[in-house]
Design a protein. Structure first.
Length: 397
């Protein structure tokens, strides 16, 4: 059936509904998440405990990506997005009632485990909902919605946290997650290829493909770098301990970067499509870490917020390029499983970087994790040089 002009095409509908429901969930999540390290402190966790907690939560984000990818290739992308969303919502609701930091970390680890199951289906569904040559724009649309939510979330938290408290916002996140799961069940359309080889099953041979191995190397280094920077606890801890910012200022600081990201997301997609995902990833990652090193030395809130905002814009380009690269590098007939395998390995190794950064911070000071993250990002940039030789892009499939 040909879609009517008044209704979006199925592919556009998938991109918009997945992006919109994710944005609503992240809006609530980021109203409190940036202050999680400080809340864990309040519950009795030391700084080393916080780094271990973040490592465990990040590890959970990786462990189930491979089985999630296998299931995505068998039962479909839509089912593997909807049901984990509902379970995550229940975990947030339970987590909001817990009084021990260890129990709260366990609940958040369950949330990330559900995200781990989902993530291969997220990437596959977005990639398969548009022509190969338009993947950069599809992922840019997704990142645009995310940037809007990640920007508005801390602003919402700065306004509501003094009134509602941390636990209420986490409970609201759980309720919204349940609603978004129902919306996804109602509106998403399946994209699992119908012309796959009969009886296809994933084999380790997929991971022996040189393209996939290069992707695994670059993704692992990129994830290790992120674990020391925006995806880890060290930015919030440094902002509190060294810059002297309180929770409200930290939330505001984190809000400006994604706000700019709204404007650069489309541009990031165009850059990725024109110059290729390896080059775009390389440029975004290197500029991001250089600006984060400058952020360490800034004085005053305005300067710190300005530098981290520009750094986030570069990070946005790197994220769009990384998502596009993952889709381009994996074979269509085994995309879910290949994405899951790469994600599981990269996230599991990346999780080890957080306690390593925490140990280095205790020995050499609070700047150590940032220098470690810089090393990983530069190595990831070098890894993408090999990816350029494959000339991936619209012809990847």
């Amino acid at each position: 059936m040909v879609p009517s002009q008044s209704q979006p095409a199925p592919s556009q509908s998938n991109v918009l509904w997945l992006s919109g429901t994710t944005a609503m969930l992240l809006l609530c999540f980021f109203s409190w998440n940036r202050l999680l390290p400080l809340f864990l402190r309040e519950l009795g966790a030391s700084d080393f405990h916080v780094s271990v907690a973040f490592s465990l939560v990040m590890l959970a984000m990786g462990l189930l990506q491979f089985p999630g990818g296998l299931l995505a290739d068998r039962v479909g992308r839509k089912h593997m997005i909807v049901w984990p969303t509902l379970v995550a919502g229940a975990a947030y609701l339970v987590g909001s009632t817990l009084r021990q930091w260890t129990a709260l970390v366990a609940a958040l680890a369950l949330v990330n485990a559900m995200s781990s199951l989902q993530w291969p289906s997220f990437t596959a569904l977005l990639a398969e909902s548009v022509p190969a040559g338009r993947r950069g724009s599809a992922f840019a649309t997704f990142e645009l919605f995310i940037a809007a939510a990640v920007s508005a979330g801390p602003l919402l938290g700065a306004w509501l946290l003094p009134v509602t408290g941390f636990r209420v916002l986490m409970a609201v996140t759980g309720a919204v997650a349940m609603l978004m799961g129902i919306a996804r069940l109602w509106r998403l359309r399946e994209t699992l290829p119908v012309d796959r080889p009969p009886g296809f099953t994933f084999t380790p041979a997929v991971l022996k493909d040189r393209k996939v191995l290069l992707l695994l190397l670059a993704s692992t280094l990129f994830t290790l770098g992120n674990s020391q920077l925006l995806f880890g606890p060290f930015v919030a801890l440094y902002a509190s301990d060294v810059h002297g910012f309180d929770g409200r200022l930290i939330n505001l600081m984190f809000a400006f970067g994604p706000l700019v990201g709204i404007g650069v997301a489309r541009l990031g997609g165009k850059i990725t499509e024109r110059y290729g995902s390896p080059r775009a990833l390389r440029a975004g990652a290197v500029c991001h870490v250089l600006l984060m090193l400058i952020w360490l030395r800034t004085g005053g809130f305005v300067a710190a917020a300005l530098v981290i905002t520009i750094s986030y814009a570069c990070f946005q380009l790197a994220m769009i390029a990384h998502a596009t690269l993952r889709a381009d590098a994996t074979p269509e007939h085994a995309r879910g499983a290949a994405l899951g395998a790469v994600g599981s390995i990269a996230q599991s190794i990346g999780a080890a970087g957080i306690p390593l950064g925490g140990a280095l911070a205790g020995r050499w000071g609070p700047t150590a994790p940032f220098w470690l993250g810089t090393c990983f990002m530069v190595l990831a940039a070098f890894a993408t040089l090999a990816l350029d030789a494959w000339r991936w892009g619209a012809s990847a499939d």
